[in-house]
Design a protein around this ligand. Sequence first.
Ligand SMILES: [Zn+2]
Ligand SMILES: [Zn+2]
Length: 293
Amino acid sequence: MFTPPARAERIRAVGPVAGLPPALQHALDEQGFDPMPRPGPHDWLASQPEPGQTFAAFLARHPPSPDPARRVLYLQPFGPFDIGQEPPLDLLSRFAAAFFALEAVVLPTAPVTGVTIRINSQTGQPQLLTRDLLALLADQRPAGACCIVGITMDDLYPDPAWNFVFGEASPRDRAGVYSLARYLPGEAGPAAASLLLRRACKVLAHETAHLLGIAHCVFYSCLMNGSNHLAESDVRPLHLCPVDLRKLQHSIGFDVAARYRRLRTFAGDAGFTDETRWLTAQLLHIEQHPASA
Ligand SMILES: [Zn+2]
Ligand SMILES: [Zn+2]
């Protein structure tokens, strides 16, 4: 049975911070973060015991990091989309650019040619095989891509033995794909659109972080927590815990305060009030201290 790591273990997972710019050190302390709660019986960690990935373990994997010639994150929509069911691509690319501090580009919508399709026996709905979509994405990945992420409104499955999957990433191909099919709220309207956007942002950031070598998180309530069901991913925050923030910062090399400011502008425009509040508090905490180098 999974036991949430104690404070000393969490601090150890972040690793020593002496020598880092003061603003980054403050961004990596525990203020504003909740420790990982004990999982419920149907939650991810109850069925998929994972050890977690410390910052040191991340470095030991020699994760791919975007080199100066590969600073573009491509979003590849797979269509066609039904009227009124188009994913919010402009907002998603703005979010991705702010979250990863990279350029984000939306490619023209592509058809799913040559992809294996089955009908799910429980839902009666078609499902696309992720392996085939990942192969398509690897073929289409433009030069200069840090990675390419496919977005579809069709449901996905990773293997005939599985019922469905929210998304899948292939770090080797620097390609990931995810579906918004199971994220559509029951009813239409502005609240539903905002919920869909939040879910889409979360899965985009989660899957893309996997592409950069960041594994599931067991230390804090974190965007990188695994999830078994929608309620579990809905309570997950839209931001990274100190352990995973450190990994992303190391990989991309952004200024933490500048990144949080950009994310706050996006969260305000998107109407994510709780996230805007959280980012404002983090910025206050970071900027009380001398600016980072
Ligand atoms: Zn994951
Ligand atoms: Zn984390």
